[in-house]
Every structure is written in structure tokens, then in C-alpha cells.
Ligand binder design. Structure first.
Ligand code: NOJ
Length: 551
């Protein structure tokens, strides 16, 4: 197989949620200078690019995903000059910078929407999706991903507008060529500044089914990967293809079967996608535990769909929309916390694709013990909480669900030190700091050779140096094993195998002939003092990486 090299295949990514990363103005909210001050930390970690979630002007109903001006920096975060310095300094260190591109919707405070809602005849009316109501109220029965009807009535013009997310996030009308022209020139404007690509938000929602469509079993189906979306995506691709950039689409509703069309090496719309199969985003099931067999199948489906150079994967276990992986898929218990966080690192970092680490994941940050709904900021979580109360649930039961499922779990400030405000700020931040900052913080982990942070460094270093772990093929072994995740990577004669026990119990397995690890070299293990007495017996959350001896 000939390798088709690209910088975005070889680099490890790091997602920054700026509000919670580092505050230098001491207003309790992170900022661009905070990111600048931590570039050396990221360089030392081995990071090749950062993805910064939205920093544009926004009323912050959905923390920046409701943009009121695409070409301005939110003053809380800093200035355009500071952004340019950030870009320059990152580039000097060899770190590329990816921005978030939110083009399914804008804020209801964007000048386009203010114009659009001003009258039925306004020149911008068709920038958004407006419709007359019916006898029952809204134009149809579509529901918003954030709860309630997807339609909001506008008293002034007596029509409804569509919003897939919050009512303050009206959906843009992609059927209007003027909208696309405006968006595309804004994209070019940012790329001309020298940024290195985009994470494209909610892009599978830009095409809507005809308004007569009735919501079926999947209430989001009328606006999720609807046929005809290809036309819009092809136009977007033509803008992207002119440059050597990284593009990763957020693709709720796109299946592995369609992966090639979306991210095929030749004609895909993006370089890679954040698929939702292995992580159920917006999942409200409080009881959810990791089902190892299902998890492996979901990952393998994507690995195989894009195998043999057909396309590329985006790999992740965390982001700002889902609870912390160590809490949900590993264990917070003291005996397991460290090993399970390291085990989870190996479940995604060495697969075929580009890994994205979410801030704090590299130190094993956990979910937050939120006491009441007053501690919560996320708009969807609040809606969900009040919906639960309406159905008769008591506050404590509802909070138990929120503690386990809210995306605010991932948004608590980064824990840099054990100090009062975790070295993030000098005052009470916008979202409470996790009380476990004493045990979990960057400073202590930097000094501890056995820490999760130092394990991440080792894994990143290994991947950065190893073509086989970047470009090699992927093979799943023991697909039906309920505890172990065993996968191989191979490039010509160079072979690696990764074995992870994803459970709290000991696990044993008969490994297939071609991975007789007794004869292989152990490169990395998450159990420092653990002596491997038996090659095929694995302690709880034990994880190992082996290389085939060629000498
Ligand atoms: C996905 C983003 O990741 C999420 O944070 C946001 O709320 C929605 N898209 C709407 O933009």
C-alpha cells in the first residue's frame, strides 16, 4: 500500500474549550491569552494542532455556538490582534490551529436574523426558514435536539422560524444561494488569515426534509443527513479543496456505510468525521455502562469502512458535549481511576485515524458532583431537567440523571494546580471547579512519572514516531470477548498489537496464533509495578502495547 502522507494524518489534536481552559484577566472566564500561555504545555505534550471551540461574537446562549458576528472575536476572549498572535506563536511552535465553523445556524442576534425577522418582505427574510402555523400551532411536529418544538413563533411577522437547537439559534436556509455565498466568503476570509482548518459543526443538519414530513421513530430524522445534502456539501468541499487544511465534520446521523462518500480520499466532503456510533451523544440513559462488544463493533465498523487508504477517521473519546470518559467508560474509584484513564487512552489513540484529546482528558479529569440545577449552565441540560420534573420526577432523581449525563461535566475549568481556583483563575469561575483538583491537576501529574499525563505523553510520542501506527492497517482480534479490546496495526513487516482490559475484573484470553505476544516486545504498559506472570492474564483495566520483534 502506498502511503498518502498528510500533516493532518500525522498530528495529534487537542480540543480547547476556551471558557474553561485558562483565564488571564481573572474575570472567571478563560481567554485567548490563556491559550497562548499554555502553548508550551501543549508542545511538550506532543500536540500537532489545536481545535478551538467558537470564540466569535455571541450572546452565549449556547456558549459560542450561537454566533452573532462570524468575523469578530468575543471581547470576553480577547481581540483579533490577540488571536493573530496566538496563531503566530502556535505556528512558531509547529502547532496548527483549527477553528469551529458553525454554519447550520446563527444567533438570533446576528444582523441577518434581525433583518430577517423585521418584515415578511425583508431582503434577508429567506436567509432563515420561516413558515405559517397550522390550526395545531407550529407548521409541523418536528422537535428540537435541545427539547420542545423546533419552531418558534414570531409575534411581529406572525410566522414561525425553525431551530434545530435552542430557539435563539435559528437555522440558516441553505436553499438560498445568497446564504451560501456569504458563508463561503466568510470561510475564505478566515482561511486567508492563515488558520489551518475547521471542525464543522452540526453539518449533517443543513438540509431539511419537506415541511410536510412527519417526525417518525427518530424525531430528528427530518433534519439529519437528509437526501439532497450532497449538493450543499459538494459546494463546501470545493471551497475547502483549494487549500492544505484539516476539515472534520460533526456528522450526527451519518453511518459507516456512507463514510466513504463523506470522507473518501478522492472526493469526500471532509478529511474526516466525528461519527456518533461509539459514543451516544445526547444519550439520556442514566444507567449506561460500557458494553465492550458493542463498543468494539462500532469502532471497527468505521475502521473497516475507511481501510486501505479509502479514507480517514477522526478518533475521540471526549469532547465538550459528553461527560468525562473515565467516569462513564472507566472508573472513578481510587483503585481504578488511573489505570482506567490510561486504558481508555489506548482504546482510541492508536487506532487508524487522527486522535483528538479533549482538555483535561490527559490528566484523567472526572465528572462533577453537581449539587443542584443552579450549578448547571448548559441550555440543553436545563431544558431536560425541567422536562423531567414536569413528568413527575423528584428533584433528587432528576439531578442524579443530570450528574451522569450533562455535558457540563466536561466544561468545568481545567485543573492546572491544587490551588483554590485550580490555577485556572484567581476568582470563582463561570462554572464551579471540580473539588478533586487536589488529586487531579497538571502540576502534580507533571512531576509524577507514573501519572496519566505522562502516560499520554508516551503514547503520543510513540504515535508521532511510528508510521505503522498512523498509516498501518487495523485488525480486530477476539471481537466477542466481553472484557478485552485487542487490535493490531500493521505496515508491511512492522506489527503492533494493543490489548486493553476494559473491565474491573481480571480477564484472560487465548490470543490467536499470529499474535503470540510471548514472542513480542512489550513497548508500553499502564501497570508500572505489575509483573507479567502470565502473558494472557490481564489485571483490571490493564493495557499493553506490543511490537513484533523483527531482529
Ligand atoms: C454541536 C456542538 O458541539 C454543541 O456544543 C452545540 O450545542 C451544537 N452543535 C449546536 O451548535
Amino acid at each position: 500500500m502506498t502511503i498518502r502522507r498528510a500533516w493532518w494524518k500525522e498530528a495529534v489534536g487537542y480540543q480547547i474549550y476556551p471558557r474553561s481552559f485558562m483565564d488571564t484577566t481573572n474575570d472567571g472566564i478563560g481567554d485567548l491569552n490563556g491559550i497562548r500561555s499554555k502553548l508550551d504545555y501543549l508542545k511538550d505534550l506532543g500536540i500537532g494542532f489545536i481545535w478551538i471551540t467558537p470564540i466569535y461574537e455571541s450572546p452565549n446562549v449556547d456558549n459560542g455556538y450561537d454566533i452573532s458576528d462570524y468575523q469578530k472575536i468575543l471581547s470576553t476572549f480577547g481581540t483579533m490582534e490577540e488571536f493573530e498572535l496566538l496563531l503566530e506563536e502556535a505556528h512558531e511552535l509547529g502547532i496548527k490551529v483549527i477553528m469551529d465553523l458553525v454554519i447550520n445556524h446563527t444567533s438570533n442576534q446576528h444582523s441577518w436574523f434581525l433583518e430577517s425577522r423585521s418584515s415578511l418582505k425583508d431582503d434577508y427574510r429567506d436567509y432563515y426558514i420561516w413558515a405559517d402555523g397550522t390550526i395545531d400551532g407550529p407548521p409541523n411536529d418536528w422537535v428540537s435536539i435541545f427539547g420542545g418544538s423546533a419552531w418558534e413563533y414570531d409575534e411581529h411577522t406572525k410566522q414561525y422560524y425553525l431551530h434545530v437547537f435552542a430557539k435563539e439559534q435559528p437555522d440558516l436556509n441553505w436553499e438560498n444561494p445568497r446564504v451560501k455565498r456569504e458563508l463561503f466568503s466568510m470561510i475564505d476570509w478566515w482561511l486567508d488569515k492563515g488558520i489551518d482548518g475547521f471542525r464543522v459543526d452540526a453539518i449533517s443538519h443543513i438540509k431539511k426534509a419537506p415541511l410536510e414530513t412527519i417526525s417518525g421513530e427518530d424525531p430528528h430524522a427530518p433534519y439529519k443527513n437528509v437526501s439532497g445534502i450532497e449538493r450543499h456539501l459538494e459546494e463546501l468541499r470545493d471551497i475547502f479543496k483549494k487549500r492544505d487544511i484539516l476539515t472534520v465534520g460533526e456528522a450526527n446521523g451519518v453511518s459507516a456505510k456512507e463514510a466513504y462518500q463523506w470522507v473518501g480520499e478522492e472526493a469526500g466532503y471532509f478529511n474526516m468525521l466525528f461519527e456518533f456510533d461509539h459514543i451516544s451523544l445526547w444519550n439520556r440513559n442514566e444507567e449506561e455502562r460500557l458494553d465492550v462488544i458493542h463498543f468494539k463493533k462500532a469502532l471497527t465498523l468505521w475502521q473497516e469502512a475507511l481501510a486501505n487508504g479509502r479514507g480517514w477517521n477522526a478518533l475521540y473519546m471526549e469532547n465538550h458535549d459528553i461527560p468525562r470518559s473515565v467516569s462513564n467508560f472507566g472508573s472513578e474509584e481510587t483503585v481504578f481511576w488511573k489505570s482506567s484513564a490510561k486504558a481508555l487512552a489506548l482504546t482510541f489513540m492508536l487506532l487508524q485515524g487522527t486522535p483528538f484529546i479533549y482538555q483535561g482528558q490527559e490528566i484523567g479529569m472526572t465528572n462533577m458532583p453537581f449539587r443542584s440545577i443552579e450549578d448547571i449552565d448548559a441550555v440543553d441540560t436545563k431544558n431536560f431537567y425541567y422536562d423531567m420534573l414536569q413528568t413527575g420526577l423528584d428533584e433528587e432523581t432528576a439531578m442524579a440523571v443530570i450528574r451522569r449525563t450533562s455535558r457540563d461535566n466536561a466544561r468545568t475549568p481545567m485543573q492546572w494546580t491544587a490551588e483554590e481556583f485550580a490555577g485556572f483563575s484567581k476568582r470563582e469561575p463561570w462554572l464551579k471547579i471540580n473539588p478533586n483538583k487536589q488529586e487531579i491537576n497538571v502540576l502534580d501529574e507533571t512531576n509524577d512519572p507514573d501519572s496519566i499525563l505522562n502516560f499520554y505523553k508516551e503514547v503520543i510520542k510513540l504515535r508521532n514516531q511510528t508510521d505503522a501506527l498512523i498509516y498501518g492497517s487495523y485488525t480486530l482480534y477476539l471481537p466477542e470477548h466481553p472484557q478485552l479490546f485487542v487490535y493490531g496495526r500493521r505496515l508491511e513487516q512492522e506489527r503492533y498489537v494493543v490489548i486493553i482490559n476494559l473491565s474491573k475484573e481480571f480477564a484472560s484470553a487465548d490470543l490467536p496464533e499470529n499474535v503470540r505476544i510471548e514472542e513480542w516486545t512489550l513497548l508500553l504498559s499502564n501497570l508500572n509495578d505489575y509483573e507479567i506472570h502470565q502473558h494472557t492474564l490481564f489485571a483490571p483495566y490493564e493495557a499493553r502495547v506490543y511490537k513484533y520483534k523483527i531482529d
